[in-house]
Design a protein around this ligand. Structure first.
Ligand code: UDP
Length: 235
């Protein structure tokens, strides 16, 4: 499958059309941004690592009954995916307090939540992806009742499966962000799942193995992403 034309460039990925109108190619870049792209940089080989990690995770989730846009990984940086209409919600799932939730509620990072917290953020960079609730989603027609029910159900399922999976690799899944899309009338998981979109802590040392190393200038960003890849691929 060949790239025909670039149709979109986001912060970490580019999208290309193909000769099949139902399929697009997402190319993973090394560019990294944080704090609404006010902080910019590159992490060497990040695109290659995130492409492989996303492949592995999408395959796992498909086996567990969560439909995804993943079709196949084409090469180091390119992944063939179904062309979806993205639902403009950044779905955040949290198991442990960190990042935005710690700030919003004045909580220490690391508090273990009694049950997972689902948060909807309206996907609009200019507004800094504001936190909204299910009433906003429905009243504004961002998604239908039925779509939201499916999105919640899949989000909790992804959390259960990935918590187990990462745990078996000595990693705590603290929180993560998902995006869903519409494909032929169905809701499917889209975007990527990687250390750019998940907070991952080493189970023993609690060392951060994710994008917080970039956000907080902690160094060894590439090394941390490589470590996640190494553990996930059992290499
Ligand atoms: N996240 C993301 N993209 C965003 C915002 C957040 O992938 O635009 C991920 C982030 O990496 C973390 C989770 O979603 O794993 C929760 O992020 P949070 O709301 O705490 O925001 P942040 O602290 O990243 O600003």
């Amino acid at each position: 499958m060949e790239k025909i034309k670039q149709i979109y460039e986001g912060k970490a990925k580019k999208l290309f059309s193909t000769d099949n109108p139902d399929l697009v190619i997402q190319e993973f870049k090394d560019d990294a941004t944080a704090f609404d792209a006010t902080k910019r940089g590159t992490v060497l080989n990040k695109g290659i690592i995130n492409n492989k990690l996303s492949e592995k995770i999408f395959e796992l989730l498909a086996k567990k009954g969560v439909p995804t846009h993943f079709v196949k990984r084409l090469n180091d940086r390119d992944m063939l995916v179904k062309k979806v209409e993205i639902v403009p919600i950044e779905m955040t799932v949290r198991n442990i307090v960190a990042g935005g939730m710690a700030k919003l509620l004045g909580l220490e990072e690391g508090i273990v939540l009694k049950e997972p917290v689902l948060e909807y953020h309206y996907k609009e960079d200019k507004l800094h992806d504001p936190l909204i609730n299910e009433y906003h989603v429905k009243a504004l027609g961002i998604a239908t009742d039925k779509e939201l029910e499916t999105i919640d159900k899949y989000s909790l399922k992804v959390n259960e499966e990935l918590k187990k999976f990462f745990d078996s690799k000595g990693i705590i899944l603290v929180d993560f962000k998902l995006e869903f899309g519409r494909f032929k009338g169905q809701i499917i998981l889209a975007d990527e799942i990687s250390p750019d979109t998940c907070r991952l802590w080493d189970k023993t040392t609690k060392e951060k193995l994710d994008k917080d190393r970039f956000r907080r200038d902690m160094g060894n960003v590439e090394e941390a992403y490589q470590e996640v890849l190494r553990r996930i691929m059992d290499i």
